[in-house]
Every structure is written in C-alpha cells, then in structure tokens.
Write a protein that binds this ligand. Structure first.
Ligand SMILES: Nc1ncnc2c1ncn2[C@@H]1O[C@H](COP(=O)(O)OP(=O)(O)OP(=O)(O)O)[C@@H](O)[C@H]1O
Ligand SMILES: [Mg+2]
Length: 365
C-alpha cells in the first residue's frame, strides 16, 4: 500500500510551481518534505489531499487513481500550516468534528463517536483537556488537538504542513518526539512538511529536499547529510564554504590547502568546486603556510576564524574554542580540510541549479 506520485506538475498562471515530482511513499513510512519558502511543499500536499489538482502527472494510493477521487473519498488527515481549531467548540467536539460530518451511511453512532474521541484523547495524552476551549490551551496543546482532529476518521495518510511552525524550539523538540511515537503506534503513512532541517532529520525515515518545484534529493537523513547530491542541497545543509579546486586523477588540489583527507572521487580532471562546513576545517599554526588569520571571534563554545591567502582566497572556519589555543590574528596557518563534497565545474557552473542527480529508482533501492 504505497502512495505513488509520478511526473506531477502544477502551474499557477504562467508560473510553474511543481515541475515533475516523482515520489513513492511506503505504508507506515514518515517522510519529510524539506525546502525553502516557495519551493512548492504546500502545493504538493494540497494536491495529495485533494484540495487542488495538478496540470499533469499521476497520483495513486494502493493502486487506486486518487486524481479520480474527491478529498473525502481519499480518507486523509490534514493538519494545515496555519491551522485554527474551531474556537467555539471544546477540545472533544473539535476532535469529533470529522466524524460528525460524515455522510449518514458512514457516520458512527453518538456513543461510538464518544468512545473514539476518548480513545484519541488518551492516545494523544490530552485526556485532561477534553472540555477546554482552544483559547484555554497552549500552542503545543492546540497542535495535539489538531492532530487528534486529523486522526479521528482513521485516515490512511496523514499530511502535516509545518504543524509546529509557530512554537518555540523546546516545545517543537518535545512534540517532534511525541509525533514520532504517535506515528509509529498508529501505523499511518505520514508526510510532514518543514523548512527546519533539524526537525526533518530527527523525525523522518526519509527526507525529500525540494527547491523551485523539483526534488533535488531523496534519502535517509544521514545519507543526505553526508552526501548532498547537488550544490543546492549542500548549501541548504550548511556547506557554506565554497572553494575552487582542481581535480587530478580523482584527487582535489588547491594551493596551500591540505586536501589529502578527502576520499578519491570519480570526477574528470579539471576545475571543480569543493563545498564544506566551516567545522570541517582544521586550522594549524604553520609558519611556512600561505594563509594568515585575519579575524578571530568567539561565540562562546566556538571560535570563528577567517583565514586569507596572499592570492585572495578567504576561508571561514569554525572550531571548538578549547582546540584553538594559540591561534591569533596575523598568525600564519595551514588549513586541513577533513570533509566536504565536490561538484564538477568552477564557481559559476557549480552554482547553477543542477538537475536532480538521483532518480526515484536509485533513491528507493
Ligand atoms: N493559489 C495560488 N495562486 C498563485 N500562486 C500560488 C498559489 N499557491 C501557491 N502559489 C505560489 O506557488 C509557489 C509555491 O508555494 P507553496 O505554498 O507550495 O510553497 P511552500 O514550499 O509551501 O512555501 P512555505 O515554506 O513558505 O510555506 C509560491 O511561489 C507561491 O506564491
Ligand atoms: Mg507552505
């Protein structure tokens, strides 16, 4: 029983917002859609929910064509990005709502609805809140009620659009773990939208990185973190240092940099761009090295160092302050790069939007 999205496209007027989305979500899986604002995440979710229709492409669940079905027939639970509970209804009535508006033939009896709601209140650990009104709840509690409301009709697929967006970091972290537990015990298939990388990585079985209406990469969180497939994903995941290098027999070289810790790469000889995180640079005092420390600023735990070479190369590194004893402005230093991702081409071509480099088949294998 999987959800299969194929070559899905949607434009608003002349603007393409989804440009050929291919994605398969397996039953019981929790997938996070991660991407910057405007990348098409909500649009994709609305199409899956049956609140909007694509201009081209397919959408099926368990082999059935969902584009031929109404939103109600799809049996989906949806928590919207800017979700509002019904303010004049108690928590209990909010959660029961979806059941009370089912067509008469499918609607359970009053006693059964009450039992379902009681079960959900316990399951979601909000049974003490049943008779309160939304205005009497904290933001985190409201989101639990919203999830209860989405789950009441026994949806096969749960769609959550930034459900924790407005909450503070600690509450988000708690709700995230709670949601993972709820998902696992309910056995639903869940698609979760966020633009928070940490949230996506902690919650999801697989992360789908979107940019400008295309999928840039699909993979397990660690896989994406360690091996971003495109320059966009690399930058989005914090590999903000970009260095021109030259490939020779699979090895990256650049004047004054020790790149020997990087694994050999199957790339053609010639110009390439190395993307790395500021924390992936070791800064070592070395009187013979061409770099000099030009700035050093402490953030408390970390020391942020800027090193520049005589040829105009400027690199920002970040190291634990306790490892940085003895580094000071003006000092000559050697730079050793311990991890990074290399993409073919010099600055300009590496910066151009790359084609998604992994096919759906590769990503699922
Ligand atoms: N009904 C609409 N009419 C015209 N343009 C729209 C409509 N809905 C969305 N768009 C445009 O489509 C693009 C994608 O929007 P979408 O809401 O899917 O982005 P998103 O990834 O959810 O962003 P965010 O993280 O800000 O919620 C945006 O440029 C948006 O302005
Ligand atoms: Mg959105």
């Amino acid at each position: 029983m999987s959800l299969v999205i194929s070559h899905l496209a949607r434009r608003f007027g002349a603007t393409p917002v989804l440009r050929g989305i291919d994605l398969e979500v397996r039953q019981g899986e929790l997938v996070a859609l991660l991407g910057p604002s405007g990348s098409g995440k909500t649009t994709l979710l609305r199409i899956i929910a049956g609140l909007d229709w694509p201009d081209a492409g397919g959408l099926s669940f368990d082999g059935a064509d969902w584009l031929a079905k109404s939103a109600a027939e799809r049996r989906i639970g949806f928590v919207f990005q800017h979700y509002a509970l019904f303010p004049h209804m108690s928590v209990r009535d909010n959660i029961a709502f979806g059941l009370t508006v089912l067509p008469r033939a499918q609607r359970p009896g009053k006693a059964q609805i009450a039992a379902t709601v009681d079960g959900l209140l316990r399951f979601l650990q909000i049974d003490g809140l049943a008779d309160r009104y939304p205005a009497e709840l904290s933001g985190g509690q409201r989101q639990r009620v919203a999830l209860g409301r989405a789950m009441a009709t026994g949806p096969r697929v749960l769609l959550l659009d930034e459900p924790f967006g407005a909450l503070d970091a600690q509450v988000r972290r708690d709700l995230r773990r709670w949601l993972r537990g709820v998902h696992d015990s309910a056995g639903t298939t869940t698609i979760f939208v966020t633009h928070d990388q940490e949230e996506a990585f902690e919650l999801a079985d697989r992360v789908v990185v979107m940019n400008g209406g295309v999928i840039e990469q699909i993979g397990r969180p660690d896989e994406i973190y360690d091996h971003p497939a495109t320059p966009f994903v690399a930058r989005f995941l914090g590999l903000t240092v970009e260095l021109p290098v030259t490939m020779r027999a699979g090895r990256a070289q650049a004047a004054g940099l020790d790149l020997t810790a990087l694994p050999r790469r199957a790339l053609p000889d010639g110009p390439a761009t190395l993307f790395l995180r500021p924390a992936d640079i070791e800064v070592l005092p070395d009187t013979a090295a061409p770099f000099r420390v030009t700035e050093a600023a402490s953030t408390g735990a970390l020391l942020r160092i800027v090193a520049e070479s005589g040829t105009g190369c400027r690199i920002e590194a970040e190291l634990p302050r306790r490892d940085a004893r003895g580094l000071s402005v003006g000092q000559p230093v050697g730079l050793r790069i311990v991890a990074g991702q290399i993409f073919p081409g010099g600055g300009a071509s590496a910066a151009a939007p790359a084609e998604p480099s992994r096919t759906l088949k590769e990503a699922l294998s």
